[in-house]
Every structure is written in C-alpha cells, then in structure tokens.
Design a protein around this ligand. Sequence first.
Ligand code: HEM
Length: 157
Amino acid sequence: MTPLEMIMLLHGFLATLVLMAAALIAGVLLFVKDLSEKDVKIMKLVSLGTVFLVFLLDMTGAYGYIPYRLPAPSAKADIVATAPWAHEVFFESMEYVSLFGPIVAAVIAYIVWHYGAGIVKDSAIKRALLVLLALATLLGLVLVGAGVIPTRIASVR
Ligand code: HEM
C-alpha cells in the first residue's frame, strides 16, 4: 500500500469517526438529563476533538486531491471518461461543500464550551444544537456518498 493510499484510507476512516462523534453528542442531548462537571469536560473534549478531526478530514482530502487532479493518465481522467457525473456532480460537491465542515463543527464546539451543562438543561440551546447536529450529519452522509462513489469508480494512485 502506498503512502497516498494510506492517507486516503485515513480520510474515509476520519469521515466515519466524525459521524460517530456527532451521533455521540446527539445521543447525550437526547437521553441525558443532567451533566456533572466531569461529563461537561468530556463533552468539551469530544466537541473540540471533532473540530480537529473534521479539519484533518479536509486536509487529507486536499492531499489526495493533488494526484486526483493531475493530468492524464490519472484517477480523474478515468472518472471523467467513464462516469462524468461522478466527478462533475459528486466529487465537486464534496470538494467545496465540505469546506463548511470545520465551521459547523467549531460552532457546535463553541456552544458546548460556552453553555457547559446548559446544553441539556436549556431547551432552546438543546434544540438549536440538535438541529445543527442533524443538518451536519445529513450533510456528512451526503458527502460520504459523494466521496465513495468516485473512489469506487477510479481511486487515486
Ligand atoms: C466533510 C468532509 C468530507 C467527507 C465526509 C469526505 C468523505 C470521503 C469518503 C467517504 C471518501 C471515500 C473513501 C473510500 O472509499 O476509501 C472520500 C474520497 C476522497 N475525498 Fe473526501 N471527504 C470530505 C472532504 C474532502 C475534501 C475537502 C477533499 C479535497 C478537496 C476530498 C478529497 C477526496 C479525494 C481526492 C477522494 C478520493 C480518494 C480515492 O480516490 O482514493 N474530500 N471522501
């Protein structure tokens, strides 16, 4: 396995980890009624760690994007020739829309850090966070599809 393949494997793995982190935070908001000081510390670490993971997800993607964009013979040339929709629609969406990822993750982390135990006590904050998490998760799932489809047609190498 080449270093590039390893980095792109990590890219897909990071996408899974980020979705798991979002599910964890949403689970706490939905099912936990009170947070101790220690719980709040864990939530702060999880939310801040997720910002870092989303950033790394975009960085590993950008790294893979360099060989992906190289002139023929390249992965992109394969994709454009065999399935233009996979490149023009799916890949291009992942490339640009995912740049919102670190911003959304940072907003979620800011709310968790600012409100602490209030995220489960204050219903308005809880609702706002849940809506943000639901939108981010939906977007994440679409982006995962947008990444997997071109990768399965022509992987970078
Ligand atoms: C929220 C952000 C993102 C998510 C959830 C995401 C998700 C994915 C997934 C699931 C794959 C398929 C991995 C596999 O099947 O092994 C993939 C592939 C890829 N992604 Fe992303 N991605 C994101 C951001 C980006 C960004 C910002 C770029 C670059 C500008 C990028 C570039 C790539 C490239 C080049 C591949 C193809 C790798 C290959 O062909 O082996 N991704 N992405």
